[in-house]
Design a protein around this ligand. Sequence first.
Ligand SMILES: Nc1ncnc2c1ncn2[C@@H]1O[C@H](COP(=O)(O)OP(=O)(O)OP(=O)(O)O)[C@@H](O)[C@H]1O
Ligand SMILES: [Mg+2]
Length: 462
Amino acid sequence: MAEAEKTRIALLAIDDDPKSLELVQDALAREDLTIVTATDPHSGLELALRERPEIVLVDLVMPEMNGITVLERILEAAPATEVILTTGHYSAESAVEAIRKGASDYLTKPLSISRLRERIGALIEDFERRRRALQLDREMLRTYQFEGIVGRSPLMLDVFSRIRRAAPHFKTALVTGATGCGKELVSRALHRLSPSTQARFVVCNSSAIVETLFESELFGHVKGAFTGAVQDKIGLFEYAAGGTLFLDEIGDLPLTVQTKLLRVLETREFQRVGSPAPRRADVRIVAATNRNLREMIESKQFREDLFYRLATVEIKLPRLADRKEDLPLLERFFLDRLSNEYGKRIRGVTPRVQILFARYHWPGNVRELENVLSNACMMCEGDTIDVQDLPEHLAKPTYQAAADDGEELLPMAEVHRRHARRVLEAVHGNKAEAARILGLHRATLYRLIGEMDPEEAKAKGA
Ligand SMILES: Nc1ncnc2c1ncn2[C@@H]1O[C@H](COP(=O)(O)OP(=O)(O)OP(=O)(O)O)[C@@H](O)[C@H]1O
Ligand SMILES: [Mg+2]
């Protein structure tokens, strides 16, 4: 049964003394709790492994198998289970051992009914709270998903609205943004919502094509057009006819090809290499890049006219670091998917992980988050991802990432050096004045900024 639909929480009590089990049943009879019992540890363990109850009460001393072994076996298979040990033979050592092995509590017999109720009540409340939170998360996820793109930040809502408005009409569109922030996802959404949704979405990855083959790749060639052209070949423009051609990494397009592409976009016609016959270019174009095309125009690496032709519709994707309010939703989205993939029941991440995530700068954006969670799911033994499941650079964040204001934390010497340079700049390089302000001897200032003091040099040379 799916976790979220299950409303009753199951408790399994294992004890060789039936009286003890009766007491538990009486004490805990409540509507939201299903109680199962077993008087021998073997069948108890079997029940636990099959039914996966949320809570297990187990007696410490039983013939055949003791409670600690049962505890270990259960936690091995279902680490999220709350296992409470009960015993009539209290000893500090066994209590410590039980807790160390992962028991969530240790109760002495005769069991105090009120203590038992209080303890189980608290666990149930905790389960309910988590279940409600999970349900809310899932509802949010349904609300804040647009064509498989997750986001609720104003920046992403704006992206959704642009896609929605552009998709029915665009002929060309440009999708920009840093690596891993969803450019391909958005491009596919544009295609799906366009009138040509039934036709092909064809990907052309410009960074994977050698310069000399670009033209033939895009427009095709006829037999004998060049050495190696042993037969006619259609290009991506023809292959995508009626649909969408996705020109990924458009920033890597060589200038010569940029010129040809521009012509095609203007005339809506192209020719196969080696053939004069014009053919109709009946495709929508979505171009994507993580490079700064405006800068590339400045440095003459990208044609300005092509840029404006492509950017009639421009969708800019924000970096994940600029929309951290999307993190919890994205976490939920990926964890649901990954739990399925790995056959695990991962409910979420601990608050500590949430804090680390919120502080991290995510240079690889959503793809990086996906990878981090995927690894964590593999590592995770319980139902909640904790710090030890994260890769080292996140678990042990650099001081820079851990600093609340995001400012780099530096060694004292480096702070001194930078401060000295700042003061020096402020006084236009007047070293005597800088030393006076800093309260340092001039020789010390020179050492600090890594220069040789001319006086000292003279003295040494003398
Ligand atoms: N908003 C989002 N919601 C859900 N999944 C996302 C989102 N953004 C990105 N992803 C996922 O992150 C991964 C990277 O996305 P995508 O390939 O679209 O990025 P990209 O911008 O094209 O990256 P690159 O510049 O490296 O090619 C994919 O698995 C994609 O499904
Ligand atoms: Mg991409």
